[in-house]
Design a protein around this ligand. Sequence first.
Ligand code: R1P
Length: 289
Amino acid sequence: MIKHSELILNNDGSIFHLHLKPENIGKQIILVGDPARVDTITGFFDTIEFSVQNREFKTVTGFYKQKKISVISTGIGTDNIDIVLNELDALVNIDLETRSIKKQLSSLDIVRIGTSGGLQTDLPVNSFVVSEKSIGFDGLLNYYANREHISDMEFEAAFRQHTQWSDSLAAPYTVDAGQNLLDKFSDERFKKGVTISAPGFYAPQGRELRLPLAFPQLNELIETFSYKQLRITNFEMESSAIYGLSKLMGHNALTVCLIIANRVTLTANENYRDEMKKLIKAVLDNLSN
Ligand code: R1P
């Protein structure tokens, strides 16, 4: 039995942060950072059957072309992903009444639709990037056992060497997308890439406002890294933890991002919401096929 201090439930039986019960979610999950994006996505749904919000975690469950999908906002960062992934997994794989792990485990399809900064000149603003691999600068996965079994350790070694990775930073970790989901995004609208999840928006992504950077060369080293024909395409702040925890727990994960700024050509689209709607529609249609 999992103790009350480890698996916290609310008085109504819902799980601590997400305020969800097992029957409130579908097996297809869409994650977004921005809570306002939840309604943009469910605006495409045929019917809506449930919604709840606690803090930045807003969930709406409904049907799109007969598929039951739950859309959940995570807020910003991999620390929130630790909460969202563990609580989603508990909803499907732990019996919340007996507090025991189920004998028959279930697998969720988890797709993140995000915004992102491009790191290559041929990835202009408004591109759609699907992450075949994610690199975590955030360190979250290093707290979980067996992470080396689901990581691309050779890629990591090559990356650390090329970037002269400092031991003062968390060890970067690398995890692949869920192949079954990646296969649904093979059309030419989606460029395949490798995505870094950073533990911050400014210095961890090489942005300098008033404070100088500890590693001013890092972005250039990231942009020039290549390994077995893979190169790093974009920065955001959640994918690494989504990919890592999903692989460890047996779920399928994929991130698809709209490039809203290019960090090399120094261009940006602050009015990205119409382009985001196009991405959302494309993702919903690919998932329902
Ligand atoms: C930073 O502005 C936020 O935007 C990106 C980053 O990953 C981070 O969460 O994604 P979302 O648009 O999904 O929030």
